[in-house]
Design a protein around this ligand. Structure first.
Ligand code: SAM
Length: 430
């Protein structure tokens, strides 16, 4: 197999950033290299790969988007945002007696967010004369859209931090799996869609969730995506993002609720886009939605250690820590990881990463505590459960690493032959 040079990896990473809007720091070069190697193993040469990438060959685009995408999600993630929809947004909508409530889960990964939104809205409706409910979930990746349509989930999609789930949401499927209930599925559909492009529907949405996506994007891509999201809103509609993802309301919106909620309401009538607002209000197709003026909204940087990270995206924070480790800034990385483990205690890759860092720092007792925590948190979960992190690895990997460490003082080899997610995700890091 021809070898792949760092220059080719860098060029492919630039293409991947262009296709997805990802910030360069959110793209792991190691993943790009491995993705390229998989294609070289099928007989391509590096020159052919670059040529196909340059021509945006859909197969190559799909392959690298798939390679770098982070799909961490679970049902009723950040439950306060669903409570806000059920207790404030839906009652306000009902007062105007709409024929339908339309929601969009933008960057829905494998569908948990879209189904949670459907359950939250349906649960807030009156028993009679209720409007129709339509929830559209979209994602960049075809495989995510297929998984969302299958609606079959494992235990890792249900996390304690979400609190109790509505009993109407899931039905047991046997073997520890669940399927979204038919009543919820009936209101939900999925489609592939790139958020860098115009909204996926010509009809406006009352509620748009786009959480834990902007945090991966470059400032200019996040700005363009925000403009597309607000352009898709009906007058008075609400955009909900991850709490640290925007440092100011997108143009034309104002905060709905406390800043940490990450919710923004579009003005009931928008003087700058009257045609669209009127069209949406009348149920007519939205005209020229993609040309809504782009604002200056930017994603907030990952917050420094010590500040609240209550709803930060764990994988994005983890990537930041990895970047610091790779640059030799272990102490700063350690601070970020400590905060990550505190605020996202279910996030296994963070627990293991911190344990590895403590091992390197000569603190085996603290590392052992983290390893024990991994075993405790995973005790009742199936070994094959996929765990999303900088790389998607099965739960068994985290358990094996923790068990091996506690037995021999070192973690188990990763599938790539190294040790721990740091090395598994980025060979050559110290
Ligand atoms: C970390 S998941 C978040 C899932 C869900 N919103 C949540 O908060 O639980 C991010 C998702 O955004 C999708 N994504 C990333 N860039 C995108 C883009 N440019 N267009 C559409 N989806 C994108 C990824 O494929 C991934 O499934």
């Amino acid at each position: 197999m021809p070898s792949i040079s760092p220059a080719v990896v860098e060029r492919l990473a630039e293409y991947a950033a262009q296709w997805t809007g990802f910030a360069p720091g959110a793209i792991r070069r190691e993943q790009i290299r491995r993705g390229a190697e998989r294609l070289l193993g099928q007989g391509a040469t590096p020159e052919q790969l670059l040529a196909r990438a340059g021509a945006a060959d859909p197969e190559i685009v799909g392959h690298f988007c798939d390679t770098i995408s982070v799909g961490e999600t679970y049902f009723f993630r950040n439950p306060e945002q669903f409570r806000f929809v059920a207790e404030e947004v839906v009652p306000a909508l009902l007062r105007s007696r709409p024929p339908a409530i339309r929601c969009w889960s933008a960057g829905c990964a494998t569908g948990e967010e879209a189904y949670s939104l459907a359950a939250a809205v349906l649960g807030a409706l009156p028993p009679s004369n209720a409007p129709a409910v339509e929830v559209l979930g979209t994602d960049l990746l075809a495989r995510n859209v297929e998984a969302a349509r299958r609606a079959r989930y494992e235990a890792w999609s249900i996390r304690p931090s979400a609190g109790p789930l509505p009993p109407s949401l899931l039905e047991p499927e046997g073997g520890g799996a669940f399927r979204t209930a038919p009543e919820i599925r009936a209101h939900t559909s999925f489609r592939r869609h790139n958020l860098l492009g115009p909204p996926p529907s010509t009809r406006a949405f009352d509620v748009v969730f786009c959480r834990n996506v902007l945090v991966y994007l470059s400032p200019s891509a996040a700005e363009a995506v925000c403009a597309n999201l607000t352009a898709a809103l009906a007058p008075g509609g609400v955009l909900v993002v991850g709490a640290i993802e925007l440092d100011r309301p997108p143009p034309g919106t104002e905060p709905a609720g406390p800043p940490e909620l990450g919710a923004f309401r579009l003005a009931a009538a928008r003087p700058n886009v009257p045609a669209r607002a009127e069209a949406a209000a009348s149920g007519s197709p939205v005209v020229d939605a993609a040309r809504h003026p782009v604002g200056v909204t930017r994603p907030a940087p990952v917050r420094p250690p010590g500040t609240a990270l209550a709803v930060a995206e764990p994988v994005a924070v983890h990537l930041k820590a990895i970047d610091l480790i790779e640059r030799g800034l272990r102490q700063a990385a350690s601070g970020i990881l400590a905060e990550l483990c505190r605020t996202a205690p279910d996030y296994l890759p963070g627990l293991l990463e911190q344990a590895l860092l403590w091992t390197h720092a000569g603190q085996p007792r603290r590392a052992a505590d983290r390893m024990r925590e991994i075993l405790e948190r995973t005790a009742d979960l199936p070994a094959e459960t996929p765990v999303v992190g900088p790389e998607k690895l099965p739960l068994a990997y985290y358990r094996a690493s923790a068990e091996a460490y506690l037995r021999h003082g070192r973690p188990a080899p990763s599938p790539g032959g190294d040790f721990g997610p740091r090395e598994a995700a980025g060979k050559g890091r110290p």
